[in-house]
Design a protein. Structure first.
Length: 495
């Protein structure tokens, strides 16, 4: 009994304080990377006669499990830029660059924390060069799929390309395997969303001829031949189905799609007209497709908009859904989580305004949407409010309506919602914001405190310290910063 009381006493003080533990490493130009269930921290250590790159393997409690060093030669620490990393091709790649050089050293580790290569003098322009020439990259093991488009006097031609990694001991270089040409002229955009050893799946928007609408294409991963195409629209239907989230059921061999749906009146692709101002309802669709590409079921759901009352009749609101998760339980109920973006000035820039979890419950042979609404969170709107048009916190902008469908899957330049948790005790957000005036990055939480929702600042770190945040399981995160020249700091927070 005494042990339990002591534990509760500690938790009482830990949770409001947010910080559970701090770890400092004696390195410069530091950074972190989540990889294989651990956090890897790295930086440059000055050993008087030479500099070394130190790489530490830590668990999620910030306990150092292992470390290794790589000699960088007789180069002062100040001559290096901040280190960065990625996990391309399921490897940990740490990049080291000098300020006075256009070459990079790549330190590459495998999943058992072995250094498999130290690749020197790689030209910056050749680093991951495949992304320079092509867009819509999708990695699956040692394969890379890309979408490339070319325009000429006869129109625009899209291609799906497959490349295979030549060697994991050198700078990533690729051998082209095949190219799949899409039907000419009629493709508006194409998005790769899944790949395995057998196939590649794409969401494709067609704007011309009888094939007008949204399609799911299945391409053979070995040969590059089209296996089948499934049209999401019914015959003659002018409704548009935007990409959202998908769920693979390997047992039933089905795939389910869910996203926002627009009628022809709301979004006219041919005329490039969007008319969703102050719409009282937001529609989402759920479509299930079998392994043969046949549509098994199709259902629409209307979610009422709950906009705060205002005395001004000129206030407008347009809502867009970016569905980021879709799950199904044993009883057949679907749960999906959506980031809600709002526009109030009829431009093509939308601002993050809320995240909401929705549930579809099976009832006889159909699904019923559990009571819920669409709307902005006023505390989130206040957190990100600014009159500075150059402030891009939480904004996603579309160049033109001709690329409207890309909004639903394009990557944001600065992701502001780091995590959202929906529990019986309430909803909680982990948010971040770049403060241009203070030249800092703010990290805050929004959630219930004594039954009242509050925004609480966790930390505010100067940009000069190169801060970053890494989300961990169980409502935990790590905030890193270069506090001093040879003091790289990581804070484990429980929020």
């Amino acid at each position: 009994m005494r042990t339990n009381i002591k534990y509760l006493f500690l938790c009482y003080f830990i949770i409001p304080a947010f910080f559970a533990q701090t770890k400092q490493l004696a390195v410069s130009k530091g950074n972190c990377q989540l990889y294989k269930g651990n956090i890897y921290s790295f930086g440059i250590l000055d050993q008087k006669k030479n500099s070394v790159c130190m790489i530490y393997k830590l668990n999620f409690q910030l306990k150092v499990m292992d470390s290794l060093s790589v000699d960088l030669g007789k180069i002062p620490t100040d001559n290096f830029l901040q280190l960065f990393s990625d996990t391309l091709h399921d490897l940990l790649n740490v990049y080291v660059q000098r300020k006075d050089k256009k070459q990079i050293t790549i330190i590459r580790l495998n999943k058992i924390f072995e250094k498999i290569a130290a690749i020197e003098n790689v030209d910056v322009a050749r680093l991951n060069s495949i992304s320079t020439f092509e867009s819509e990259l999708f990695y699956f093991k040692n394969n890379v799929y890309t979408i490339k488009s070319q325009s000429d006097t006869s129109g625009k031609q899209f291609y799906l390309n497959k490349y295979v990694l030549r060697s994991d001991l050198k700078n990533f270089d690729y051998e082209p395997k095949w190219q799949f040409p899409f039907e000419r002229k009629n493709i508006n955009s194409a998005h790769i969303f899944y790949a395995d050893t057998n196939c590649v799946l794409l969401y494709v928007n067609v704007i011309g001829n009888s094939r007008f609408g949204q399609w799911i294409l299945k391409v053979n991963a070995k040969t590059g031949k089209l296996i089948r195409g499934t049209k999401l629209n019914d015959k003659g239907e002018t409704t548009s189905y935007q990409f959202g989230a998908f769920l693979m059921d390997t047992t039933q061999r089905t795939i389910t799609f869910l996203g926002q749906r627009f009628t022809h009146t709301q979004f006219d692709q041919k005329a490039n007209k969007l008319a969703i101002t102050n719409t009282p309802l937001v529609s989402v669709y759920l479509i299930e497709i079998d392994s043969a590409g046949e549509v098994l079921s199709k259902q629409d759901f209307r979610i009422p908009v709950n906009e705060p009352k205002t005395t001004s009749k000129k206030v407008i609101s347009n809502y867009l859904f970016r569905v980021n998760s879709l799950t199904k339980n044993k009883e057949g109920a679907f749960t999906f989580e959506s980031d809600i973006y709002k526009n109030t000035d009829n431009t093509l820039c939308y601002l993050y305004a809320n995240t909401t979890a929705y549930k579809l419950i099976p009832e006889e042979e159909t699904l019923i949407l559990e009571k819920n609404t669409v709307g902005s969170n006023q505390m989130i709107e206040k957190y990100y409010f600014t009159t500075d048009k150059m402030d891009m916190n939480g904004k996603i902008s579309i160049d033109s309506l001709s690329q409207f469908e890309t909004f639903f899957y394009k990557t944001s330049n600065f992701v502001v919602k780091k995590q959202f948790v929906n529990t019986d005790s309430g909803q909680r957000w982990l948010l971040t914001r770049s403060d241009l005036k203070k030249k800092s990055i703010n990290y805050s939480t929004l959630g219930p405190v004594n039954k009242l929702y509050q925004l609480t600042t966790i930390d505010d770190v100067l940009k000069a310290k190169d801060p970053a945040i890494y989300v961990l399981p169980n409502s935990q995160a790590i905030i890193s910063s270069q506090e001093e020249e040879s003091k790289f700091q990581m804070k484990l927070i429980i929020w």
